[in-house]
Design a protein around this ligand. Structure first.
Ligand SMILES: [Zn+2]
Length: 420
C-alpha cells in the first residue's frame, strides 16, 4: 500500500525516467545550492523518496542500477518554501476579497484550492505555510489530509486554520450596524477567550496559530492595535505550551512591538516597522515575512502601473521598512501573501526582495533553510542533505546570480517523484 501512496501524485509527470523509477537516481547539475551555499561539480543521489547522498562528484558510491540524469547548465536546489499563503484566496482583481468570502461557495473555494496547490508545486514550492482560511473554517486541515493521502498533488501544507481577531475588528463589514456578516477569521477576546480559541484551533489541526495584532477596525482607516500585550502574552504562552508557535499579522510599530514582546515566532507584513521595533525583532530572533508582493499587487489593483506611474506611498513605505529590516539584520523569511496574487507566481516575492535590496543568495536562503528553521520543519525540508525527503527543484541557469532564473523550472521532485 505504501507504494500506491507514493505513486498516486504522478498525474501530470513529464519526466518519465524518474516517475517510474524505484531505483536510485543520480542527479548531476552544473551547481547545487544546498540551502546555505552554492557548490559546483556536486552530485545528488535520490532513492526511495529520500536524498541518500550529496557531495563532490565521485565522492560517494553510486549503486549499479542507478539512472543518471545530467542537468547541463542547471542549478539544483531544495524545494522552495512559501512562508505566507492563502490557498483559498485568488487574486482580488478577479474577485474582491469580500465577495470571495461571502459569495463563493465552500465547494468552489475548495476546488480553486486544489488548482492553487498544483500550481504552487509546479512552480517549485514543495512546502507552503497557510496563514488563514478566510472564512473556510478548518478546510486547510482537510486539504492537508488529502495531500498526505496522495489524493491531490501539491506541496506539504502547514496549517493555521481560521486565524484569531478581536471582536468587531475584522471583515467583511456590513454598511448597517444591524447586520452581522460571517467573518473571515475567528473572533476572541480576553485571556480566557484567546486561550480557548487557540486550543480549539489546535484541536482541529492547526500547526501554528495566527493572530491579528492590529487591524484597520473599519474600512479605509489606518491600522491600530487589536489586543493588549497581556492578551497576546497569554495566547503565546498557551500556544507554545502545546509545542506550536504564534504568527502575528502587524503593520503598525505598536502592533509589532506588542506581538514581539509577547513572544511570537514570526511577524507578517511590518509595513510601518521602525528601527526600534526591527532591533527588537532581531534581538528576539523573530522571523519576518514582509509580503512585498502583496503590497505591490494591492497598489496595482488600485490602478498603479509599475514603471509608468509614480510609486504609491504604500509601496515606498514597504521598500523603506524592508531595507531597514535587512540592514539591521532581522531574520528575513520569504512569504509573499500569495493568494492576493496568483498561486504559482510565488517567485514574485523573491524578485521583489532582490529589487528592494537583498542579495539573490540571501533570498534563496530565506526561501529554503531560513524558512525551514523558523517554521520548525528543518528535519523535513529546506536543505539538500542526506536523509531528508527528496523535495528538489532544478532550474535553468544560476538563480544565486539572477533570481529570475527561479522561474525557469526544469524539474520538481516531491518525495523523489517527478511532478514537473
Ligand atoms: Zn495573509
Amino acid at each position: 500500500m505504501r507504494r500506491t501512496i507514493l505513486l498516486a501524485p504522478i498525474l501530470f509527470l513529464s519526466f518519465h525516467a524518474i516517475a517510474q523509477s524505484t531505483v536510485s537516481i543520480l542527479l548531476k547539475p552544473d551547481r547545487v545550492f544546498d540551502g546555505e551555499q552554492v557548490f559546483t561539480n556536486y552530485w545528488v543521489l535520490v532513492d526511495s523518496g529520500k536524498i541518500t547522498a550529496v557531495g563532490a562528484a565521485g565522492s560517494f558510491a553510486v549503486p549499479k542500477n542507478c539512472s543518471t540524469i545530467v542537468l547541463k547548465g542547471q542549478t539544483l536546489l531544495p524545494g522552495l518554501i512559501e512562508g505566507h499563503s492563502h490557498i483559498f484566496l485568488h487574486p482580488y482583481n478577479e474577485t474582491k476579497w469580500e465577495d470571495q468570502v461571502l459569495k463563493e461557495s465552500r465547494a468552489e473555494r475548495n476546488a480553486r484550492a486544489v488548482n492553487h496547490l498544483r500550481a504552487t508545486l509546479k512552480a517549485g514550492f514543495t512546502t507552503t505555510r497557510d496563514l488563514g482560511t478566510e472564512g473556510l473554517m478548518y478546510d486547510d486541515v482537510g486539504m492537508k489530509i488529502a495531500l498526505m493521502k496522495g489524493i491531490i498533488p501539491g506541496p506539504d501544507l502547514i496549517t493555521s486554520t481560521r486565524a484569531i481577531v478581536a471582536t468587531g475588528s475584522y471583515a467583511p463589514v456590513s454598511p448597517s450596524p444591524d447586520v452581522t456578516l460571517p467573518q473571515g477569521a475567528a473572533e476572541a477576546d480576553g485571556v480566557a477567550g484567546l486561550v480557548h480559541e487557540a486550543r480549539t484551533q489546535i484541536g482541529k489541526g492547526a500547526d501554528f496559530i495566527k493572530v491579528y495584532a492590529d487591524v484597520p477596525w473599519a474600512p479605509g482607516k489606518r491600522a491600530s492595535p487589536s489586543f493588549t500585550e497581556a492578551e497576546l502574552k497569554a495566547l503565546v504562552d498557551a500556544v507554545n505550551s502545546s509545542g506550536r508557535y504564534v504568527a502575528a499579522h502587524a503593520v503598525t510599530a505598536e502592533g509589532m512591538r506588542r506581538a514581539v514582546e509577547a513572544g511570537v515566532k514570526t511577524l507578517e507584513h511590518g509595513d510601518q516597522g521602525t528601527r526600534e521595533v526591527f532591533e527588537l525583532m532581531k534581538a528576539k530572533g523573530v522571523g519576518y515575512c514582509a509580503t512585498l508582493a502583496a503590497a505591490e499587487a494591492y497598489a496595482e489593483y488600485a490602478g498603479w502601473v509599475k514603471g509608468r506611474d509614480p510609486e504609491p506611498a504604500s509601496v515606498t513605505e514597504k521598500k523603506v521598512s524592508f531595507k531597514l529590516a535587512v540592514d539591521i539584520g532581522v531574520k528575513i523569511c520569504m512569504g509573499g501573501d500569495v493568494g492576493v496574487y496568483a498561486h504559482g507566481d510565488n517567485a514574485r516575492e523573491m524578485e521583489l526582495m532582490v529589487e528592494y535590496g537583498m542579495k539573490p543568495l540571501d533570498v534563496l536562503k530565506a526561501t529554503t533553510s531560513v524558512n525551514a528553521d523558523v517554521f520548525g520543519i528543518d528535519q523535513k525540508a529546506g536543505r539538500i542533505r542526506t536523509g531528508l525527503p527528496a523535495d528538489i527543484l532544478v532550474v535553468e541557469g544560476d538563480p544565486s546570480v539572477n533570481i529570475k532564473q527561479i522561474r525557469n523550472v526544469r524539474l520538481v521532485l516531491k518525495n523523489g517523484t517527478a511532478v514537473k
